[in-house]
Design a protein around this ligand. Structure first.
Ligand code: SF4
Length: 332
């Protein structure tokens, strides 16, 4: 007999792991869809993520979706608005559920499941919001929340007897006690924190992203990753500077230097600089002084190499910062 197939929206958090366990233990042929947020390096191997290792541990096979331009366009203009910072939680969930629905159709599965719990989060998991997400995603009757299933209307695969509803749960609210007990029972350790790793909920990252959306129309997922690296300075409306904070970031910026309009390498111990926009001759002194402020300029080691997008380069002499207050006012 052919096994019932399902798709699970998998995040690596405890709730999605428990939802997976409840379904896999019923013998369902489950595929997890893991959506990789744009905060990870472009050369990331998703198999190396802790969440991938956890999925393997519970016998959940994964498909990956890497958040790209389409996702970032949604973050820029979320129809349901933002949460406390620049987190578009309702539209983000809708987006991922739609991706899971596409996978469901592709692999001929019966339903999409998620680890959502009724009433757990203020905005995205209230009962009426869960119903709204189900309606808008086009999954009416096929969106299953195994952890709260018994307090929600039965889904089509439950009614058809493809899923045993009696083996699903009735968890609701913000408490985590039952989930923790289940984790212990299943021997699940090392799961990630709910919303952990989502920088859209971070106050400082939100400032950078709002600045980015204000000044740049065209973008890629790599631009969003760049917002996670280094110190950022808005020099003027058409010029932005990123400088590394340590060796790891210098290496990372160097790897991505092909995306920069200009790149500066110090010939002394100091930060690399990644520049986007229109660099005018009169901006150079300021940029030079910012880099010099964070570097160890000496009498003999004091030059910078400025490389343009066309790979032409020239040497400039490092000059320490004249006025720190101007520099600080440009910091994002
Ligand atoms: S916390 Fe981040 S990843 Fe989670 S739903 Fe909100 S925006 Fe999406």
């Amino acid at each position: 007999m052919q096994r019932v197939k399902g798709v699970l929206l998998y995040s690596g958090g405890l709730d999605s792991i428990l939802a997976a366990k409840l379904l896999i233990d019923q013998g369902i042929d489950l595929t997890g869809l893991y959506c990789i947020l744009p905060f990870y390096p472009p050369d990331l191997n998703p198999e190396d993520l802790e969440s991938s290792k956890l999925a393997k541990q519970i016998g959940l096979k994964l498909e990956y979706y890497r958040c790209d331009k389409e996702y970032i366009e949604m973050v820029k203009n979320p129809p349901h608005g933002y949460g406390k910072h620049i987190n578009p939680c309702i539209d983000c969930k809708l987006f991922f559920i739609k991706k899971a629905a596409e996978l469901m159709l592709k692999i001929n599965a019966d339903f999409v499941a998620s680890g959502e719990v009724v009433g757990q989060r203020p905005m995205s998991q209230l009962k009426h919001t869960l119903n709204h997400i189900e309606k808008v995603s086009g999954l009416k009757g096929r969106l299953l929340r195994p952890l709260s299933a018994k307090i929600l209307e039965p889904t089509i695969p439950e009614i058809e007897g493809k899923i045993d509803r009696s083996r699903l749960l009735d968890i609701s609210g913000r408490g985590r006690k039952r989930q923790m007990e289940l984790a212990k029972q299943y021997g699940i350790l090392n799961y990630s924190h709910p919303a952990g790793g989502c920088l859209f909920t971070d106050r400082f990252f939100s400032v950078r992203l709002r600045d980015f959306f204000t000044h740049q129309d065209a973008f890629t997922a790599t631009d969003i990753y760049l917002l996670t690296i280094g110190r950022h300075f808005r020099i003027n409306g058409s010029l932005k500077l990123i400088i590394s904070r340590d060796e790891r970031e210098s290496i990372e910026l160097e790897k991505l230097s092909g995306f920069a309009d200009y790149f500066i390498r110090p010939e002394f111990k100091g930060p690399s600089a990644f520049i986007t926009g229109v660099l005018k001759e009169e901006d150079l002194d300021l940029i030079n002084s910012i880099i010099s402020r964070y570097g160890k300029v000496t009498e003999t080691e004091n030059s910078l190499t400025l490389i343009s997008k066309d790979k032409s380069s020239r040497e400039i002499t490092a000059e320490p910062a004249a006025d720190d207050t101007i520099i600080d006012s440009m910091r994002l």
